[in-house]
Each structure stands twice: as C-alpha cells, then as structure tokens.
Design a protein around this ligand. Structure first.
Ligand code: GAR
Length: 186
C-alpha cells in the first residue's frame, strides 16, 4: 500500500505512521511522499529526517480546486494509493474527494460526529464532556465527516486541563492511526 501523507503543521501523526511503516508494524506499505500546504510546517523536517520525500504545495491565491489538483498530481505521479490526512487543516475540494474516492482517510481529535472543526479538544473540554477521544475516518467533502474506521475513547479527569487532555488524546491518536492503517493494509 503506497501512502501519501498530507500535513499542515507539527506532523507528529505523520511521523508515527512513517515510523510504523519503517518498523513493519504497518505491513506491506510504503510512505511515498509527505505533502505540506505550509512551507514552515515543522513536519517537513521530521519527514526528511526519516528519509521520506517532503513536498510543499502552497495555495498561493489559487482556488481550492486548483490547489488540490496540484496536490493530486503530486500524489498520483508517485503512485499513491491511500491519502492520509494528518493535521491537514484545509477542507478538500469535491473534485479531489472524487478523484481519490474511498481512498482518503483523516484523523480527528474527538469522537466524531461530536466536535468537528478546529480545537476539538477544547470544544469537548468546554462542553464539560467526561469521555472524548479520537477518530480515524474516511473523508468525504464535508469537514471532519465520513464513515468511521476506528475510534478510541479518552477519559477527561477532573484534574485535566485542555493541555493535558490534548496530550492524552494525541498519544492515543498516534496508535489509533497505526491501527487503522494496519486494518486497511491487512
Ligand atoms: C492532531 O491532533 C489531529 O487530530 C488534528 O490536528 C492535530 C495535528 O497534529 N486534526 C484536526 O483537528 C483535523 N480537523 P500533528 O500535526 O502533530 O499530527
């Protein structure tokens, strides 16, 4: 399974996937390319340090469809079979979703369909939710939406702050994304 990973920032989920592919935990797979829409994304260095090609494709005032078409061409030219969104903070165009229909997955730091969008951990915290978590799901053209592949619950303790809750969820995200890709690769 040839993976292409899209990032916008830190890239810790991307690094977890690359490491799990390298160790064989995710079998029969290869990370063909990491693509960032931000030139200063910290994840670019993490990808290069791991020997993975990292490409920046910025929006540069183009339409969403034009931007996504360039990303799609970069993925297809490298033979990518599954597109993994890992902190890619941009809504994909319907054209892109159709082009890779059923072959795009995303990770989100809540138990979807609860709390889509930005700062999902803070949204759950502010709502006083006792159980939140993370979700890996297939992507459709709506934000943080589509059939669920795997979810993992995380308990919010009375002693938790938004920061500690976010850290606990992130630790679970890394394993959940690996488990979801093992399921898809197997
Ligand atoms: C992760 O918590 C991911 O679930 C979230 O952004 C963070 C990226 O961290 N994604 C979303 O909120 C998508 N709506 P990372 O760059 O270290 O993987």
């Amino acid at each position: 399974m040839k993976l292409g990973i899209l990032i916008s920032g830190r890239g810790s989920n991307m690094a977890a996937i690359v490491d799990a592919v390298a160790s064989g935990e995710i079998p029969d797979s290869e990370v063909a390319v990491v693509i960032s829409d931000k030139a200063d994304a910290a994840g670019i260095v993490k990808a290069k340090d791991r020997g993975v090609e990292a490409v920046v494709v910025e929006r540069r005032g183009r339409t969403r469809a034009e931007h996504d078409a360039e990303i799609g061409d970069a993925l297809e030219s490298r033979g990518v079979e599954l597109v993994c969104l890992a902190g890619y903070m941009r809504l994909l165009s319907p054209e892109f979703v159709r082009r890779f229909a059923g072959r795009i997955v995303n990770i989100h730091p809540s138990l979807l369909p609860a709390f889509p969008g930005l700062d999902a951990q803070k949204q759950a915290f502010d709502a006083g939710i006792k159980i939140t978590g993370c979700t890996v799901h297939y992507v459709d053209e709506f934000l943080d939406h589509g059939p669920v592949i795997l979810q993992k619950e995380v308990e919010r303790l009375d002693s938790d702050t938004v920061e500690t809750l976010t850290q606990k969820i992130l630790a679970e995200e890394h394993q959940l994304y690996i488990d979801a890709l093992k399921k898809l690769a197997g």
